[in-house]
Every structure is written in C-alpha cells, then in structure tokens.
Design a protein around this ligand. Structure first.
Ligand code: GTP
Ligand code: ZN
Length: 366
C-alpha cells in the first residue's frame, strides 16, 4: 500500500505496464501523480488523497498551436484521471515530465468553430450511468451515454435511482433496458444498504465516474458511498501556488472500499466525436437491418423493412429506433468533420515536407 492506492494506483512492480516502466526508467528522479483538474493555465495533481497541487506542464502542452498543422493533438495532453510523472516539490515547484499511456479514455466532441475532441476522463474502470426512476427516466439519454462510453475501455453500469419512490416502475424500467447488454441496477441512492449493490464495481484501486442529468441522484449516491466522509463531499481545502489556503471543488474522492470516485464537469453534456460505433451500441437494430429488403434501408418507410416490422410487432421500441437514427446521423456528421480535419492535417504535413525540401535545396542543407 502506498498513499497512491487511495487515488486509484493498483500496480505493483510486477504488474506495471511496460510502457510505464520504460518512462519511469527514462525519468529516474520522477514519481507518479494523478491529474485531478485540468485548467487553461495548467494542471492540478494529487499524490495523496485530498491534497491537490498545481503542476507545471510540458511546454508543448501549453502552446496554443494550430489544429491545421497538427500541432495540437488533444489526446496527447494529460486529462483528468491521467497518471503522469512529476518532479520537484509541492506546493510550488511541481513539474509534469511525462504522461503515462492511458488504458481508457472517455472522449467527447467539443463545441466550437472547428472540429475538436476532448478527453474528459482517463484511466476510468467503471462509469455509473445514473438515471432516476421518476419523471426523468429516459432510456434515450441512457443510450446516448452508452454510445459515447462504448469503445472507451470503460465498463458502463446503469444505475437507476429513486427505486423507493411510489411512482418508480422498477420492473418496466428493467425490462426496457434489458436489450442493452449492460448491467442494470435499481436502488435507493439515499440508503447505504441499497447502494451496497454497487460493491462489485467498487473494489480497491478502481476508478469510477458518475454521469447523468441534473437531479438524477449523482450527489446523493456519492454521499451515500462516501458514508462517514459525507461532510467533506462538497469541497476540499488546498494550498495554491503561493501557499495560500483555498477551498475548491473536490474532484477525486476515496471510498472506504479502496475505490475512488472522480468528478469532472466535462461529463455533463456529451457530444459524439465521430469515432463511436453506433452499430455496436445498437446491435439489435443492426441485426434486424440485415433482413431489410434494401441494403441501404433507412428504416423509415421503405417496403420490406425488418426494423419497422419489429416495431409493429412490439419486439422493438420505436423510440429506440428513432434514437438510433438520430445518434447515427450525429456520429456520421462528426465523422465527416473528423475526416476533413485529418485530411487538412495530412495536407499540411505534406506541404511542410515540400517546404523543407525546397529550403534544403536552396541552402544546400544536408
Ligand atoms: N427518494 C429518493 N430520492 C432521491 C434518490 N436519489 C436522489 N434523490 C433526490 O433527488 C434529488 C436530486 O438528487 P441529486 O443527488 O442532487 O442529483 P444530482 O444528479 O447530483 O444533480 P446535479 O447535482 O444537478 O447534477 C435530491 O432531492 C435527492 O434527495 C433516491 O434514490 N431516492
Ligand atoms: Zn429497414
């Protein structure tokens, strides 16, 4: 056990990923730390639970650069949840010297003029997709979260809260989500005994993120899982670069089980990156589509559409099909933007090479 265990470190010298070991050997003075906040001006990292310090990042992570020239690859920069190697002493002179390759990354498309991707949480083991069994219950929103999490390397678990409410239709909700091939639990987020059903995903060294719309019960569940730690949920005291005490939002919380919860504001609104696999998320619809008369069936009003037949016979929910079509269009749109961006990058690289060649020839550099 090291203090790092409480913030998600579960490797031993024997289980350390070889790439991490190699980076460690390349930076013998450095030690691992976890990124808990990402700001415009830099990063905040933890080496010990509830102790957060600013850390200077590598210059190439700070430069604005041009997306056209491929100078900034957001994926190559640390994000919340990443393990990095740091040197120097806290609180004033911590420096990040390397980013350890991540084993999972939840990404989203970022709003803006140009196509951009953001890693919103790295090295997460499980994401709890939280949805209340009240008027807010919405399988379509759950499908969206699952699509975005699919392929990230993170295990999704659907957590239906408010099962204790009189209006909760637990059985109907479980039935509606059965096609998703993801663990689904219904519980009372206020009740520790009920929330203990999540124990299989909360083993020591596990990192968990909660997503879900406002009012779904994320804070309630977080408090219940924290138990005695409850009072500390909202805020953490930390020392800033000048040594002053400040109180900020708590981004990484340790559970008694040894797991940790990571809270990042980036998880609120999720827009596809274009890399999502819609067919995999909607495998049931994809399988039916194989039986449609037309290969390019849009499943709207084509004759011989197996998907429409399934809806008519009650095998498939019309809302799920609509959501599939909507998300598929969103992912296709983002994928086209992504392709354009990659083409621009490749072109810029070729132009750059040609320029160097001309300059080399002109000045006889070699
Ligand atoms: N009865 C009951 N009430 C719950 C349950 N989970 C959450 N609530 C209530 O629902 C309301 C919203 O819960 P929050 O935990 O604040 O929701 P949240 O997801 O954190 O919302 P944001 O902070 O806005 O993102 C609160 O009044 C909770 O007490 C539950 O399982 N049972
Ligand atoms: Zn069809």
């Amino acid at each position: 056990m090291t203090p790092l265990s409480a913030i998600g470190w579960h490797w031993t010298p024997a289980t350390l990923p070889p790439a991490w070991a190699a980076l460690g050997a390349a930076h013998p003075q450095a030690r691992p730390a976890r990124v808990v906040e990402q700001h415009r001006s830099g990063y905040r990292v933890s080496e010990v639970i509830d102790v957060v310090h600013p850390a200077e990042s590598l210059p190439e992570w700070q430069r604005a650069g041009s997306y056209r020239k491929g100078e900034i690859n957001p994926e190559a920069r640390p994000a919340v949840g990443d393990w990095v190697l740091v040197e120097g002493s806290a609180p004033k002179s911590l420096r990040i010297v390397a980013l350890l390759p991540r084993f999972s990354a939840i990404k989203r498309g970022a709003a803006g003029e140009h196509y951009r991707q953001q890693v919103i949480a790295a090295n997460i083991d499980t994401v709890f997709v939280v949805c209340g069994l009240d008027g807010d219950f919405n399988p379509r929103r759950i499908e969206r979260y699952l699509l975005l999490v699919g392929g990230s390397g993170v295990q999704p678990v659907i957590v239906l809260t408010k099962s204790d409410k009189p209006e909760a239709e637990v059985e109907a909700a479980l039935a509606a989500l059965r096609t998703l091939d993801v663990p689904v639990l219904a519980l009372n987020a206020k009740d520790p005994a009920s929330a203990s059903a999540l124990a299989p995903w909360l083993a020591a060294g596990q990192s968990i993120v909660l997503v879900g719309s406002s009012g779904a019960g994320k804070s309630t569940l977080t408090n219940t899982l924290l138990g005695n730690e409850k009072m500390k949920t909202g805020a953490v005291r930390e020392r800033d670069a000048r040594g002053r005490h400040t109180t900020t939002h708590r981004a990484l919380m340790a559970l008694a089980s040894g797991a940790c919860l990571i809270d990042t504001p980036g998880m609120r609104e999720l827009k596809p990156t274009g890399e999502e696999d819609v067919a995999e998320s909607f495998a049931d619809i994809e399988a039916l589509a194989q039986q449609c008369r037309f290969r390019d069936c849009k499943h709207t009003n084509e004759p011989g559409c197996a998907v429409r037949v399934a809806i008519a016979s009650g095998v498939l929910e019309a809302g799920r099909v609509d959501n599939f079509l909507k998300l598929d269009a969103e992912v296709t749109g983002a994928a086209n933007q992504l392709a354009t961006r990659l083409a621009q990058k490749a072109q810029a690289r070729v132009q750059g090479k040609a320029l160097h060649k001309r300059l080399d020839a002109k000045y006889d550099r070699h």
